[in-house]
Design a binder for this molecule. Sequence first.
Ligand code: SAM
Ligand code: SF4
Length: 340
Amino acid sequence: MAFIVGEDGRSRLVDPYGRGISYLRVSVTDRCDFRCHYCMSEDMTFLPKKDVLSLEELDRLCSAFVRLGTRKIRLTGGEPLVRKGVMTLIGSLARHLGSGLDELTLTTNGSQLAKHADDLARAGIRRINVSLDTLDAEKFRRITRWGEIAPVLAGIDAALEAGLAVKLNTVAVKDFNEGEIDAILRFAHARGMDLTLIETMPLGEIGGDRVDQYLPLSRVRTDLETRFTLADIDHRSGGPARYVRVEETGGRLGFITPMTHNFCESCNRVRLTCTGTLYMCLGQNDAADLRKVLRESDGDEAIDRAIEAAIDRKPKGHDFVIERSGAGPSILRHMSTTGG
Ligand code: SAM
Ligand code: SF4
């Protein structure tokens, strides 16, 4: 039984392991203006447009989730802000805020943020995540394969000025930004931003060896503790990050450690791709084709039942491993497909 109405009168989706599923991440496009080394290969093939849901179809599916008790929607990608008309989608989804939906947010690489920050704030978005793996312009170009850092930094400034709470996401990459974590931490905390560090996950063929990139956050934390005082705190941002307070800066630092610490037992989320495929777990291949149901049915009933049936199949957890032998991806789809 995936759908229940709780004591508070609010509906909820509950999976077979008793976890309330209240968080939907939506990849609104698989396209991106960057090609980060850990995420995509340089010659990525993107989906044909006909396979991608229209903005209206995305809205219909997201609204079905809200009807079934989703409290938080995160738009991601690919790069969500390169999807044409994304601000229309955001404006439309914002109608659910306060009537079912508690939060609408997005994760962006920041390249287009400067021009959208005010509109995002006006639409009712309160917090966003911006990905930034280095503060050095040349290294930024290297990790993104051709990205420019200046527009990203301008985007962060614009978002802060617009009153958005910004959290930086930094993927810890071996021999790339190990020595720069202090600087990124100070940069974030000086501007009142939280910082979350992420371990690289083995998703999708990237034209390189993942063992070369993988840097366990346990090592990063031990290293940081030689210079900073890190105190565990209970703060939760609705995601899998575990937070500490950095006494020297007064800011919060999160660790997302899918590889060294499995967080599946408290998983509250599912992921919708831009083709309407629902993945019940980032690290498993089982999925539900909601586009087919959406395109073959007029009413909402069939969509609701398809979502409930999918939640009934949510697996207990992922089986990520980064093995030295071969070091290919353990899941063939890219992070840009399921949106991280
Ligand atoms: N383009 C947007 C961005 O970069 O923020 C949103 C999509 S991106 C796929 C979402 C997040 O996933 C980013 O913070 C990115 O750094 C992270 N990411 C991508 N590939 C990853 C991987 N293989 N392992 C861990 N994190 C990854
Ligand atoms: Fe694009 Fe984000 Fe993937 Fe980088 S991490 S290639 S910005 S989708």
